[in-house]
Design a protein around this ligand. Structure first.
Ligand SMILES: *Cc1c(COP(=O)(O)O)cnc(C)c1O
Length: 386
């Protein structure tokens, strides 16, 4: 990290500026180190490297300059000392969690956390003697009331990515420190642009860089960011589990990162514009977006986030059949699980027509970089057709 970068307070300048680098002949974008092994001219220099192999370039499963460039940039963006990149967001989550717990430990996890992260705890960690309790993360009292003497980790995701509930990060970090547990947060929705949990005392931040950071729906990746000490602790699992990010992917993520603050600003604006429109549609019972003043935790949002993403959900006051007709008339929303790219997407969990009478139908929208005016006009037409 150059002094210019470290000193730069403006996040957009920070992600686009690299100093001239003579090692790469001044190449603007760093060439990709597409090699598995780094070699040494003598046995002596090899042994010297071995003696401090943790940070040396010896073998790409351990360290690679293309991946390192991205790790350093992401660590600085989050205000952390170190980062490690992974093949996917789930690889980052699994490795971080596994590195912090052992048999006999207890985890407190937010019940609305990303499904596969919960499944890791329910189906895998349980086989190794780690027990997990799922809690309503919107209630700090419930989190505090669930910790036990053997609680070693509090796993957070704020906001959650279907119902968009927040956890109070400062209080959770303080509680964990008091009881000797670690806190891990999935910060994918906010990105490092809009929320920096390490500043509140959270121990580890994970992101699926597949979403906003990559930003173009053309790669998978993950990252874990934290203190030098905790990331070193993860290094062993990193090497042994081996689900590392490929150098070419790291270069592609670097490209996405160049426009992250710029994209987030526009995406946030687009998302809020569509969310505000939906809020005043009579067939929309509720819009779950923490950036709206109607969100029950909007005050908390303002106190711990600088902004937010363009992923939110709506609860429709109609039958599942009608909801399906409505979403099928939305021409800009392709149906799929992911989000964070340039294109709008939607995801409607499979819901059964026999759900209790009066229950709303939930649909999650990801607003991309299309003009919100076009999206809104099309939504209005789709409502008119019902
Ligand atoms: C997609 C996602 C993940 C998992 O990331 P992958 O890159 O798909 O493994 C984790 N958390 C959240 C909130 C996500 O949306």
């Amino acid at each position: 990290m150059s002094e210019h970068q470290a000193a730069s307070r403006n996040i957009q300048t920070f992600v686009v500026h690299d100093d001239h680098d003579e090692r790469h002949h001044g190449a603007v974008a760093m060439p990709v180190y597409q090699n598995s092994v780094f070699t040494f001219p003598t046995q002596g220099s090899f042994e010297e490297a071995m003696s401090d192999s943790r940070d040396r370039f010896m073998y790409t499963r351990g360290n690679n300059p293309s991946v390192r460039q991205l790790e350093e940039r992401l660590a600085s963006l989050e205000g952390g000392e170190k980062a490690r990149c992974f093949a996917s967001g789930m690889a980052a989550i699994s490795t971080a969690v596994i590195s912090l717990v052992q048999a006999g430990d207890h985890i407190v996890c937010v019940d609305q956390a990303y499904g596969p992260a919960k499944d890791l705890m329910v189906s895998v960690l349980s086989r190794f003697g780690v027990e997990t309790t799922f809690v309503n993360g919107a209630s700090f009292e419930e989190i505090a009331g669930t910790v036990k003497p053997n609680t070693k980790m509090i796993y957070l995701e704020s906001p959650t990515s279907l119902r968009f509930e927040l956890q109070d990060l400062r209080r959770c970090a303080e509680l964990a420190k008091r009881i000797g547990a670690r806190t891990v947060i999935d910060n994918t929705w906010a990105t490092p642009v809009y929320q920096n949990p390490l500043a509140y005392g959270i121990d580890l931040v994970v992101h699926s860089v597949t979403k906003y950071i990559g930003g173009h729906s053309d790669l998978l990746g993950g990252v874990v960011i934290g203190s030098e000490q905790l990331i070193s602790q993860i290094n062993r699992e990193y090497l042994l589990l081996g689900s590392i990010m490929q150098p070419a992917t790291a270069a592609q993520v670097m490209r996405g990162l160049r426009t992250l603050p710029l994209r987030m600003e526009k995406l946030q604006q687009n998302g809020l514009e569509v969310a505000r429109y939906l809020e005043q549609e009579p067939l929309v019972a509720k819009v779950n977006h923490p950036g709206l003043p109607s969100h029950p935790q909007h005050e908390l949002y303002l106190s711990q986030m600088k902004g937010g993403g363009s992923l939110f959900s709506v609860e429709l006051a109609m039958t599942v059949e009608k909801a399906k007709t409505w979403v099928d008339s939305l021409v800009y929303f392709r149906k799929g699980f992911s989000w964070g790219g340039y294109e709008s997407l939607m995801y409607m969990p499979i819901q059964h027509p026999d759900t209790e009478a009066g229950e709303n139908v939930i649909v999650r929208f990801y607003i991309g970089l299309e003009e919100p005016e076009d999206i809104i006009r099309n939504m209005q037409e789709a409502f008119a057709k019902l």
